[in-house]
Ligand binder design. Sequence first.
Ligand code: ADP
Ligand code: ADP
Length: 230
Amino acid sequence: KNIIEIENLEKSYENGHIKALNGIDLKIKEGEFVSIIGPSGSGKSTLLNMLGALDIADNGSIKVADYDLSKNKKLDEFRSKKIGFIFQLHNLIPNISVLENIEIPMFETKLSGKERNNRAIELLDIVGLKDKSKKKPTKLSGGERQRVAIARALANDPSIILADEPTGSLDSRTSKKILEQLNKLHKEKNVTLIIVTHDMNVAKLADRVIEVLDGKIIESSDNSLLNDNI
Ligand code: ADP
Ligand code: ADP
């Protein structure tokens, strides 16, 4: 089953002078791990933003997890129920604790305070940071902060995780750990994982690598058989 179906998606900026997406067609299966590569300015972030309904397309259709995002309806509900975002600059709130940061997306749900707290602790345990729950993000290392961002992205049990350069500012050992964690979620919970990256070592872990150039998909390569045999 496809969790994502995009047809002829177009997006311009600056009154049409910059064509960020120039006719994207893309289908992604539930539980698939896809990486998106391509040079700077090719449209990767724009595509990711469309998938998470952070931005709206000019033309074409985009359906994600049974929501028709081109209809521009229920987008808040879609984002909080279906999507977990991880950005390079993890956007954690600096002056509240790690635990409270993870609770934030759960305010969109019906969970009680106690349930939010328990869930946040459980998520911190998954990313191996239970002992740091009371710390402020500023007291953590880059890798630890990124793990907090992963925990926060998982808060509402999303069907899809969208990650923009999730290991961009991390050393290679830490980024390996972060990727292992993401890969584990993808494998164990059947989460659909979409990662934008400049790093071929990251990209090749995916089932499929999609290459974007000038707002178009120019190549899509299937690695799933390859990786299953490792
Ligand atoms: P990346 O690291 O993927 O290359 P960018 O640095 O290009 O990402 O973009 C980061 C954010 O800034 C994105 O959300 C994008 O929409 C926005 N952005 C990129 N280029 C411009 C621009 N020329 N004017 C305004 N916003 C931009
Ligand atoms: P990538 O992520 O591959 O670096 P982006 O999707 O950030 O590429 O950008 C694609 C093109 O759209 C670039 O030319 C960028 O400058 C432009 N762009 C992206 N976001 C904005 C924005 N908010 N305003 C104006 N131009 C933008």
